[in-house]
Design a protein around this ligand. Sequence first.
Ligand code: TYM
Length: 336
Amino acid sequence: MRVVSGIQPTGQLHLGNYLGAIRNWVAMQDSGEFGDLLYFVADLHAISLPHDPKALRDGTLEIVAALIACGLDPDKVTLFNQAQVPQHAELQWLLNGTARMGWLNRMTQWKDKAGKNREGASIALFAYPVLQAADVLLYQATHVPVGEDQKQHLELARDIAQKFNNDFASEDAPVFTLPDPIIPEATARIMSLRDGSKKMSKSDPSEASRINLADDVDTIAQKIRKAKTDPEPLPSEVAGLADRPEAANLVGIYAAMAGTSSAAVLAEHGGQGFGQFKPALGELLAAKLGPITARFRELKDDRTALDHVLAKGAEKARALAVPTLDATYKALGLVR
Ligand code: TYM
């Protein structure tokens, strides 16, 4: 078994990243049942949109500090950034021969991010999912823990792997393993605090739309207090949350942070108005995130230590990447 997943270094780690992905990364590490685990900062993906080089440099180290603060142990997992493992970009080029324009054109992230300005979008934004496929296929990943929004990209990675194996390998000796996404049932999609129809996202211009893992207690309380809700009290059963996306989101967040189900939260808080429920949620979040925030603050300015983690991780990742890359060149008939 081999677990691989990544996160972009654009902006701060937020509650959606934590509950949708990172918490699972840590759980898989702690279970000891998953063999090799590789987690990386997707810095190469971050150049697909206009960006500030200094912010990218700082953001890359900050995200490493945040991941360690969340519980990842660089001695137990391989923690690295793509830019120090050139095999990612190399494999992407090789897979560009297999990926089809039509497949990429159907990607919802491409449609959302390019918007109406497709002519002005970068080639990197269009080819983004091919790099993502390379990220996981390079290591023969069997499991890829992600939030719901990455499901389509992983289906594409499987399609690319399958077509490549069909076209260039024999059935009994495939070049690539088909990866399975691992998506948490209850927290696959944490929504914006300002709009229950939009996912919580690093790129939302409104800071009030998300809880960042580095927010202090007062900021968390304030963001929860201001979160959009409806005027009804909480229902006592989950069925009563249908058509109430903002209420469902807050109850879901409470349940995830308390390690219980939405049904159990409603059994306790059903009938309460948001004036009562929001402070309880704010306190729970502050209590659970407080230790993560404190650890993050301790780690984030020790650039030497963070650089060292990335350098060590990259060395391990490169060694694991080389055999698959060699097999890919060979299967394609490229002379080296
Ligand atoms: P990114 O950086 O947008 O998000 C990192 C992880 O957080 C999850 N996530 C969420 N989960 C639940 N609710 C939300 N509101 C929410 N927002 C984000 C994402 O699903 C993701 O698991 N393209 C990827 C990075 C990537 C990658 C990969 C992932 C590059 N290569 C290979 C897996 C495998 C991205 O931009 O994630």
